[in-house]
Design a binder for this molecule. Structure first.
Ligand SMILES: [Fe+2]
Length: 187
């Protein structure tokens, strides 16, 4: 399997882990008072600074090659860039909401919960659709040289949470993920 496709699939599994952690925080919203907003904010901040900036643009580039190699399959994938823009806008909107709440704005807890729950649902739907059709179609249609070209043009950084050198900024989030790993046995 191409290294680029492996990278994209690993990103999906990392993002899915974060969505599970986010869901766990939402369960706390039902019971605890006051709410700890930091983990939710860190996850949304990560989505803005890594998937939105590097993962989604790389997928957009893969789709451009798929359009050349298999136009029908690319059409079935649809407007991936538009979906990515919508996810980025939603990420930004929900992040603002939680940042305001953390600063003390009077935002009903139900509104926060609903916004975060919708965010998780939309991200999951998007990832599942890519895993189910886009990645297999790319794997089938792209040639070795296409993957090599994508690889050579790729200049993204290591993942700031899951990479070998996590960023200081995400150290707390990394601890949350390890806790989730221990409590569920998932990875
Ligand atoms: Fe993706």
């Amino acid at each position: 399997m191409s290294a680029i496709l492996g990278l994209l699939q690993r990103d999906h599994s990392n993002i899915s882990r974060l969505l599970r952690v986010l869901e766990g925080q939402l369960a706390d919203f039902e019971t605890s008072d006051p709410v700890d907003y930091d983990t939710v904010i860190d996850i949304l901040d990560y989505c803005r600074s890594f998937p939105d900036r590097y993962h989604h643009p790389l997928e957009d580039r893969v789709l451009k090659v798929l359009q050349v190699r298999d136009r029908d399959a690319a059409e079935r994938v649809g407007d991936l860039a538009g979906q990515h823009d919508a996810l980025a806008a939603e990420t930004e909107r929900v992040l603002r909401l939680f940042l305001d709440a953390r600063k003390g704005a009077a935002i009903p807890r139900d509104d926060l919960r609903r916004a975060a729950r919708d965010f998780v649902a939309h991200y999951r739907q998007h990832i599942e659709a890519e895993d189910a059709f886009f990645f297999p179609a790319a794997k089938k249609a792209l040639r070795e040289e296409d993957w090599e070209n994508l690889q050579n043009a790729w200049d993204g950084p290591a993942d700031p949470v899951f990479g070998d050198r996590e960023q200081e900024h995400y150290r707390r989030l990394r601890r949350e993920i390890l806790t989730e790993h221990r409590s569920t046995g998932t990875r």
